[in-house]
Design a binder for this molecule. Structure first.
Ligand code: ATP
Ligand code: MG
Length: 339
C-alpha cells in the first residue's frame, strides 16, 4: 500500500540508468533518500530518456540498466511502499513540459552551466554536442516541477542544475503572473562529491573510475589496492599527506568512527603509518557497508517479475501526477490544446 495522504514536502531525485549505482551515489544521495522516505513524499526517477542524451547509440544499455538501478535501489533500502520508483520514458507529460520550458532558457545560458561544461569536457564532445545533451538541464527542470518537488537530494555536482531549474520556474511564474510552479531546494550530503578511484574527477558511471554498490569482496579489495594515496609517502616512516589522499577521503565518507579516522590522520602526518594498514581498514569499512546490500540484491534479483511490477505501478502513479501538473500549467499559460 502506498501512502495516499502525502507529507507536506515532496522530493524528486533520480539517476541515469547508464550503469549500476556506485559508492558516489550512496554517499551523495542514496543514503539521504533512504532516510527521508519516512518523512517526505518521495519520487525516484529512473532517468532513461536523459541517459539517451549521451547514449543514443546504445539504447539497449540504458534499457538493461533500468532494472539494474532499480535492484540497487531496493537493495540499498528504498522501500517501494514509501517511495514511488518510476521510469522517465513512461511519463510523456515530462517531455511536453521540457518542450515548453525550452522557450524560457537561452542556449548561451545552457552553455555557461558549469556542470554541463565539465561533462562536455569529460565526454570529449568538442563542438559535436547532442542538442538533447545541452538541453538536459531543461528536462531536469521539467522532472522536478512535474512532480511539484520542493526538495532534491543530489550530489554536489548537481547544484548548478537546481539553480537552472529555479531560474526557469521564476521566468514561467513571471510570465503567468502568479506562482504556479514551486522553487526547489537542493539537499547535499556531507560528503558532497566523492572522487573516483583515480582521485582526479568525481566518481562516475561513465568514467570507469567507480566502485559499484554490487561489488564482490574481492572487487572491493582490488579497488582499494589500486587507490591513489600520497606519491611522496614511500617508506612507512615518511610523513604522509592526508589532503587529496583518496583513502582518507573514503574513510571520511564511510568510516562510522570519526575519532579513529582523526587519530589515523595524525599518525599518517607524523609518519610511521603504512598505506597497507590504511587500505586494510578501508576494505573492512567498505565491506561492512556493501555486504548487506550485495546480499539483498542477490535475493531480490531472483524475482525480476516483482521488480517489473513495482516499476509498472510506480510509473502509472507518476504518470497521473505529472499529467495533472502539465494540465494545470497549460491552463495557466492559456495553451489552446482543443481540450
Ligand atoms: P553518469 O556518468 O552516467 O552521468 P553518474 O555516476 O554521474 O552517471 P548520475 O546518474 O548522473 O550518476 O547521478 C545520480 C545522482 O548521484 C546525482 O544526484 C548525482 O549528484 C549523484 N552522484 C553521482 N556521482 C556522485 C559522486 N561521485 N559523488 C556524489 N554524488 C554523486
Ligand atoms: Mg552524471
Amino acid at each position: 500500500m502506498h501512502p495516499a495522504a502525502p507529507f507536506s514536502q515532496t522530493i524528486l531525485t533520480g539517476d541515469r540508468p547508464t550503469g549500476p549505482l556506485h559508492l558516489g551515489h550512496y554517499a551523495g544521495s542514496l543514503q539521504n533518500r533512504v532516510r527521508l522516505q519516512d518523512t517526505h513524499t518521495q519520487y525516484i526517477l529512473l532517468a532513461d530518456t536523459q541517459a539517451l542524451t549521451d547514449n543514443a547509440h546504445d539504447p539497449g544499455k540504458i534499457r538493461k540498466n533500468v532494472l539494474e538501478v532499480a535492484l540497487d535501489y531496493l537493495a540499498a533500502g528504498i522501500d517501494p511502499d514509501r517511495s514511488t520508483i518510476c521510469v522517465q520514458s513512461g511519463l510523456p507529460a515530462l517531455a511536453e513540459l521540457t518542450l515548453l520550458y525550452m522557450n524560457f532558457v537561452t542556449v548561451a545560458r545552457l552553455e555557461r552551466n558549469p556542470t554541463i561544461k565539465d561533462e562536455i569536457r569529460a565526454r570529449g564532445f568538442g563542438r559535436d554536442i547532442p542538442a538533447g545533451f545541452l538541453c538536459y538541464p531543461v528536462a531536469q527542470a521539467a522532472d522536478i516541477t512535474g512532480f511539484g518537488a520542493t526538495l532534491v537530494p543530489v550530489g554536489e555536482d548537481q547544484l548548478p542544475l537546481i539553480e537552472q531549474t529555479n531560474e526557469i520556474v521564476r521566468r514561467l511564474n513571471h510570465q503567468i503572473g502568479k506562482p504556479v510552479l514551486l522553487e526547489a531546494e537542493a539537499l547535499v550530503s556531507k560528503t558532497g562529491r566523492l572522487p573516483g578511484t583515480d582521485g582526479k574527477t568525481k566518481m562516475s558511471k561513465s568514467q570507469g573510475n567507480a566502485i559499484p554498490l554490487s561489488s564482490s569482496p574481492e572487487m572491493l579489495r582490488q579497488f582499494v589496492r589500486q587507490m591513489y594515496t600520497d606519491p611522496n609517502h614511500i617508506h612507512v616512516s615518511d610523513p604522509g599527506q592526508v589532503e587529496g589522499n583518496v583513502v582518507f577521503t573514503y574513510l571520511d565518507a564511510f568510516d562510522p568512527d570519526a575519532q579513529a579516522v582523526a587519530d589515523l590522520k595524525a599518525h599518517y602526518r607524523r609518519g610511521g603509518l603504512g598505506d597497507a594498514v590504511l587500505k586494510a581498514r578501508l576494505s573492512g569499512v567498505l565491506e561492512t557497508l556493501v555486504g548487506p546490500i550485495r546480499e539483498r540484491r542477490m535475493e531480490i534479483s531472483s524475482r525480476p517479475g516483482d521488480v517489473f511490477d513495482m516499476l509498472r505501478d510506480g510509473t502509472a502513479r507518476a504518470r497521473r501526477l505529472t499529467q495533472e501538473r502539465m494540465d494545470v500549467l497549460a491552463g495557466a499559460l492559456g495553451l489552446f490544446r482543443c481540450a
